[in-house]
Design a protein around this ligand. Structure first.
Ligand SMILES: Nc1nc2c(c(=O)[nH]1)N[C@H]1C(S)=C(S)[C@@H](COP(=O)(O)O)O[C@H]1N2
Ligand SMILES: [Mo]
Length: 406
């Protein structure tokens, strides 16, 4: 066994499989994970704030930026993780597999880290194309796993700190023989048939050295840079012309704005949004119902705000409609009261949305009736939808039916 493991390690030696390379790729991957964690937490708390939280409404494109970074960095994690695994996986064949209890814990934490990262990245990417072939809830799982990933990453970094420090800068290590490798002496010969078979394996010429260090770095750079460049256009308008891979393209859809969930998918029919439609605004026992014509007869405001989807695409648009504050003030809402908005949609995760007072009272928060100069399309939420600054797309509720001050 020991002999076979030794042979496996010998066969897998490659110029790019050095501790220095593990550190170079690890640094990039670690940074991408930390960026994803921070921006992910922000997105999470926008959707599920803790009671004491006061969320920023400014700068107006903050969420567009943080979520664009989240998805783009998440996409970059895929080639980086594959590269990192390529560099380090011969360590799986180390002998003896574990020498001590701390080392057992260290290896267990790496196993957890690798498994959690792979699941995290894969379900994240699947979410960006809205494909959920797994039986668990995406958001809860992605949130919980982020703590597993970051926690085991911290343990991993702590354990490897000496190696990381030693190989952080280039000078020391560039051509130095790796200490582990130098210490990796061949085990004593084995007698008998097994020994002969192994000797026969060993007599084969040594493997080609494989991809060079530079070639490996170039591959990782091109794969990561390419993926980022070709998808980031969905979040960053400058790169839009080369947005080849991202699942949604700005500018395509009714009124030049992409649709995430069509009226049909949400089972909202023309009949439900006909002349009978009204928007009920209430606070406790006080309740007022507005027809669409009545809403259109109130003072209208025009705002320029993006839809910034959690899946990474975002687009600026011009919205026109009634200020939410005017509607809730008409039923006597206080300055610290929250709002619950309900959609006509029969079922679906985004049928009901809640909003804190920082958004309810904001000048730019509208019950929008028009988009880019035209009456809202039914797919964009006709007769009326919410648009508010700095909130995830999922909270920009379409096909409003009721607003309750709570
Ligand atoms: N009622 C309701 N509103 C909704 C959704 C939904 O599923 N139901 N999807 C949201 C999502 S995920 C996004 S990104 C935006 C997209 O807006 P658009 O399709 O109007 O461009 O609407 C949001 N509003
Ligand atoms: Mo979204």
């Amino acid at each position: 066994m020991r002999r076979l493991l030794f042979d496996a390690r010998r066969l897998l030696r490659a110029p790019s499989r050095t501790p220095r390379m593990a550190v170079v790729v690890g640094r990039l991957l670690g940074s991408a994970f930390v960026i994803c964690f921070a921006t992910g937490l922000y997105s999470h708390f926008l959707q599920d704030p803790l009671p004491w939280m006061h969320l920023p409404t400014w700068p107006l494109n903050l969420y567009q930026l943080t979520q664009g970074i989240h998805v783009t960095a998440g996409i970059a994690c895929l080639p980086l993780l594959l590269g990192k695994l390529y560099v380090v996986y011969p360590a799986l064949f180390r002998y003896p597999p574990v020498k001590s209890l701390p080392q057992l814990l260290e290896r267990a934490s790496i196993a957890l880290f690798v498994a959690a990262s792979i699941v995290q990245i894969v379900i994240g990417l699947l979410d960006t194309v809205q494909w959920y072939p797994f039986p668990f809830n995406f958001r809860q799982t992605h949130f919980a796993l982020s703590f597993v990933v970051v926690g085991s990453l911290a343990v991993h970094i702590a354990v490897k700190l000496p190696i990381i420090a030693r190989h952080w800068t280039r000078a020391r290590s560039i051509d130095a023989v790796d200490e582990d490798e130098a210490a990796d002496v061949a085990p004593p010969p084995i007698s008998g048939l097994t020994g002969r078979i192994i000797d026969w394996i060993d007599s084969a010429p040594p493997p080609e050295p494989g991809i060079s260090r530079r070639g490996f770095l170039a591959t990782i750079t091109v794969a990561t840079g390419g993926l980022v460049a070709f998808t980031a256009g969905q979040s960053f308008a400058l790169l839009d012309p080369i947005d080849l891979v991202a699942p949604r393209k700005p500018g395509i859809g009714p009124a030049g704005l992409p649709i995430n969930r069509t009226a049909r998918a949400a089972r909202v029919t023309e009949a439900m949004v006909g002349d009978d439609w009204s928007l009920r605004v209430s606070r406790g026992d006080i309740s007022v119902a507005y027809s669409r014509a009545e809403l259109a007869g109130m003072q209208q405001h025009e705002v320029l705000l993006p839809i910034a989807c959690v899946e990474g695409w975002s687009q600026q648009a011009s919205w026109r409609g009634v200020r939410l504050r005017d509607l809730v003030d008409a039923v006597g809402a206080g300055p610290d009261q929250r709002l619950r908005a309900t959609s006509l949609e029969v079922r679906g995760g985004y049928r009901v949305m809640e909003m804190g007072p920082e958004f309810v009272r904001h000048d730019l928060t509208l019950v929008a009736l028009e988009l880019n100069g035209d009456r809202l399309d039914i797919d964009h939420g006709y007769p009326a939808r919410i648009i508010a600054p700095n909130r995830p797309g999922v909270l920009q509720t379409k096909w409003l039916s009721a607003l309750e001050v709570i």
